[in-house]
Design a protein around this ligand. Sequence first.
Ligand code: AMP
Ligand code: MN
Ligand code: MN
Length: 319
Amino acid sequence: MKAARRLLAEAREIVVISHERPDGDAVGSLLALSRSLELAGKKVTPVLVDGVPARFQFLAGAEKVVHAVPQGDFVLVAVDCSDLPRMGTPKERTTRPPDLNIDHHATNPRFGRINLIRSDAAATAEILFELAEPLGLPMDAGVATALLLGIVTDTIGFRTANTTPKVLRVAAQLIEHGANLAEVYERGLNRQSLNAARYWGLGLSRLEHDDGLVWAALSLEDRRRADYPGRDDADLINFLATIEGARIAIVLVEQSERKTKVSWRSKPGVDVSRLAAQYGGGGHEQAAGAMVDGDLTSITSKVVKEANSLLGEFTGTGT
Ligand code: AMP
Ligand code: MN
Ligand code: MN
């Protein structure tokens, strides 16, 4: 903490970066920290290699985000990045590890020079709120809104098992600092584009299930037909996780002929981060992801088989 405080206090220029295909916690943590450092008088460049998804563009400072780490002399801070490759390609992120690595993934290999990792936090935004005072970071309504968005999205609206009383207390304090919970819900969590709904429809039309398992595969053809702009699943995974009886939900998104993004969600007691770790991915026990080498069809059958045998370990009926 002391080293982190000194690092930020002495820095003039700071580059803040988060992970590719950014979720709400990535964008919220990035914009909150960037704005707060600016309020503290620093020159700040926020970086997201995939840019800010449309539904998070209402956050203050979203327009300042650039797509690659610039040249120059600066302090590099990573937020919500579970590992270095998730910051982008070496060209986009530079090969230099971050000076400061702030994250809540249990699988984080501590790839920064200084690492502030708390895997009991529900979101990186929660950690940033707690660090604000000790790190000397100012708070205003813009910072508070971005942090609340990170917490609301990572807990899917305070629904995940890691939503502790502390998470709710932090959220309450963020509202006292001027964040508008209803707006954060409405714009950041409950709103989807028409194209995203069509993309969901294509995936849902081929929804499959087997005992405690549900899964759906989204192809590049689906993306094209729905005219969906992202490389992600438009959060379809969180809907599959709500299906009654689903102890594991999986969404597979074709990235190319040889690459497939896999997302896993599970009910407490079933640790899907183990499945993701086999592919060099990571995350949390109840929410994990990995970028897998292989085509959509063969990866789907492989991943489904593995999930079935993981469920078998718990019920004693699997193979
Ligand atoms: P997602 O399925 O992409 O929504 O991600 C679920 C969780 O797994 C999040 O906490 C992510 O940060 C993490 N995660 C997703 N993809 C990867 C990856 N390729 N490597 C490590 N962690 C990942
Ligand atoms: Mn994230
Ligand atoms: Mn997160």
